[in-house]
Design a protein around this ligand. Structure first.
Ligand SMILES: Cc1cc2nc3c(=O)[nH]c(=O)nc-3n(C[C@H](O)[C@H](O)[C@H](O)COP(=O)(O)O)c2cc1C
Length: 164
């Protein structure tokens, strides 16, 4: 338990692999446990169709059911919570995770990927996670693919959010 309590959990949802790349880099940087979130009902292949599904979910406030058990977040020293920007918002699988999870006193540092415009993601995720939210890090999918630059940015961010 003592060992677990010092560990970080990198928990993420990724449809096309960008957030996954960021999560795996963070797993290495933090020596943490990396856990992907999956949805019970897969999203469509087409990005516009995904957007339609997600917007309908947001409008109704009914977020997709996640597959499998959720990790024991309270056994970690910090949770790094990652996902893609969808239409300027937090992707709906992460909304479900946040809705269903009691983080207790464990701080949560959000990270996210986007193509060109992150919209209100940072403010939104911060408000959803209050009061335990730490500074978030957004990264364009172009930067995510530049491993050296991405690693340097992630390391810098980790040094600001990591538990002392
Ligand atoms: C439904 C949907 C909506 C998106 N909306 C935005 C957006 O508002 N702004 C943006 O910059 N990128 C947007 N994107 C692009 C993704 O945020 C970006 O490609 C991200 O890196 C994908 O992460 P992933 O590979 O982990 O799924 C959207 C993608 C999808 C599928």
């Amino acid at each position: 338990m003592i060992i677990m309590a010092q560990k970080s959990l990198v928990l993420y949802f990724s449809l096309y692999g960008d957030t996954q790349t960021m999560a795996e880099l963070l797993g290495r940087i933090t020596h943490g446990t990396v856990v992907p979130l999956q949805v019970e009902t897969p999203f469509p292949d087409d990005m516009n169709a995904v957007n339609d599904v997600a917007e309908a979910q947001r409008a109704k406030g009914t977020f997709p059911v996640l597959a499998g058990p959720l990790p024991p977040v309270q056994e970690y020293a910090i949770v790094l919570l990652g996902g893609p920007v969808w239409n300027g918002h937090v992707a709906t699988p992460l909304r479900r995770l946040i809705q269903d999870t009691d983080f207790g006193d464990v701080p949560v540092a959000p990270f996210y990927t986007y193509a060109t415009d992150p919209g209100d993601y940072a403010q939104e995720v911060n408000a959803l996670l209050e009061p335990g939210s730490r500074a978030s890090l957004g990264m364009s999918d172009e930067t995510v693919k530049k491993t050296n630059q991405a690693t340097a940015e992630l390391q810098k961010w980790w040094d600001t959010v990591r538990p002392q």
